[in-house]
Design a protein around this ligand. Structure first.
Ligand SMILES: Nc1nc2c(CCNCC3CCCCC3)c3[nH]c(NCCc4ccccc4)nc3cc2c(=O)[nH]1
Length: 346
């Protein structure tokens, strides 16, 4: 799911997202959109879909993680919620389980994330248990608020709860059972991809996926590299979001079907071959490596646009290919073949 922050997937038009990248769900950012442009503008527009013109599903995160990672110092967490200072103008705000439900309803997200605490890593068992238990109490408050309010713009909205428990198996099992018992349309796995080794992330993802209901989508938040994604698909994950394809594109890290390219590297200076002839989509075959390198080195906006569309097209190609291989029963062997290339630096 391509990540947007301020109501846009950076440097990419909706038409390109639909026609080139072939994206379905994109992410919006509750923390950012609440601060700017603000709910009054979004409501006047008729919601985020009307505002940015994306007529497919939008998922918004609940803002807790963004406060944790963006507002940094100025925040204080207590049972009520999180008090934080805007990174834009320093104004003080409070997010609670109740008001982030209202905020995400007002944004008009199709998939609304529960208000949780992403437990920092590393932390001791007691801290992780207390943090998980608060996330569970907050989930109950989210469900009560969500179930007693209506969608604002005529289209349905659904709430996904989020499993926590840090890196402790017993807590992860407890949290997965509690989240599953909420009986929602989809379930998310949080508190991972926060600095823990990949093997730990895989082990806990497997533990949680084995407990969450098989007939509901499972969303692993904030993951990840192409290799992480293939491994987690094999463990049972259906949905992913990561800033990597777009953020890394802007500094020249290009994912291709043959391996990873740092386009700023001298070696691509006179390579007139397409960015990635193994990938469908316009930009990957229309533009050369040398041209993209030149644009990125020159800081040209078109460089960020081409690299972002290409990387997103690659990520969507990877997961669509994985789906096809699962259906025709060849996923395990295809994954082994792909893994040789995914980590290869060209
Ligand atoms: N509620 C919630 N969100 C989480 C997120 C944010 C997911 N992306 C939202 C999206 C909304 C729109 C704006 C962008 C973000 C996570 N991201 C990561 N790792 C990222 C690790 C990473 C990977 C590559 C580059 C930077 C950071 N772990 C996460 C855990 C949680 C969690 O427990 N609870």
């Amino acid at each position: 799911m391509p990540v947007g922050t301020a109501g846009t997937v950076k440097a990419v038009h909706q038409r390109e997202l639909k026609e080139d990248v072939k994206a379905q769900i994109i992410l919006g950012n509750t923390y950012h959109l609440y601060l700017r442009p603000g709910l009054d503008i979004l409501e006047k527009a008729g919601g985020l879909h009307a505002f940015n013109g994306w007529d497919r599903p939008i998922l918004t995160d609940s803002g807790g993680y963004q406060v944790y990672s963006l507002a940094g110092t100025g925040r204080k967490i207590n049972e009520e919620g999180v008090v934080f200072k805007s990174h834009i103008d320093g104004s003080v705000h409070t997010f609670t389980p109740e008001n982030v439900m209202d905020i995400q309803r007002a944004i008009g997200a199709d998939i609304i994330m529960a208000f949780d605490e992403c437990t920092p890593y590393p932390c001791d068992f007691t801290y992780a248990r207390k943090s998980m238990e608060m996330t569970h109490r907050w989930l109950t408050r989210c469900c009560n608020r969500f179930d007693s309010t209506e969608a604002k713009y005529g289209h349905g909205q659904t709430l996904f709860p989020i499993v926590q428990g840090s890196v402790y198996k017993d807590l992860r099992k407890q949290s997965a059972e509690f989240i599953a018992s909420a009986g929602r349309e989809g379930n998310a796995i949080g508190g991972l991809s926060v600095g823990e080794p990949a093997e730990i992330m895989y082990e806990l993802t497997e533990v949680v996926c084995d407990i969450l209901p098989k007939d509901k989508p499972r969303y692993l938040m904030g993951v990840g590299t192409p290799a992480n994604i293939l491994e987690c698909i094999s463990l049972g994950v259906d949905m992913f979001d990561c800033v990597m394809p777009t953020r890394n594109a802007r500094n020249g890290m290009i994912f291709t079907t043959e391996g990873i390219i740092n386009i700023r590297n001298e070696k691509w200076k006179d390579d007139m071959s397409p960015i990635d002839s193994g990938l469908g989509g316009h930009v990957s075959t229309f533009y050369s490596k040398a041209y993209l390198r030149h644009l990125v080195k020159s800081g040209e906006m078109l460089g960020a646009q081409i690299a972002s569309i290409h990387n997103l097209t690659f990520y969507l190609w990877l997961v669509n290919s994985a789906r096809e291989k699962i259906i025709d029963g060849s996923f395990a062997s295809w994954k082994r073949e792909m893994e040789k290339k995914l980590n290869q630096r060209l």
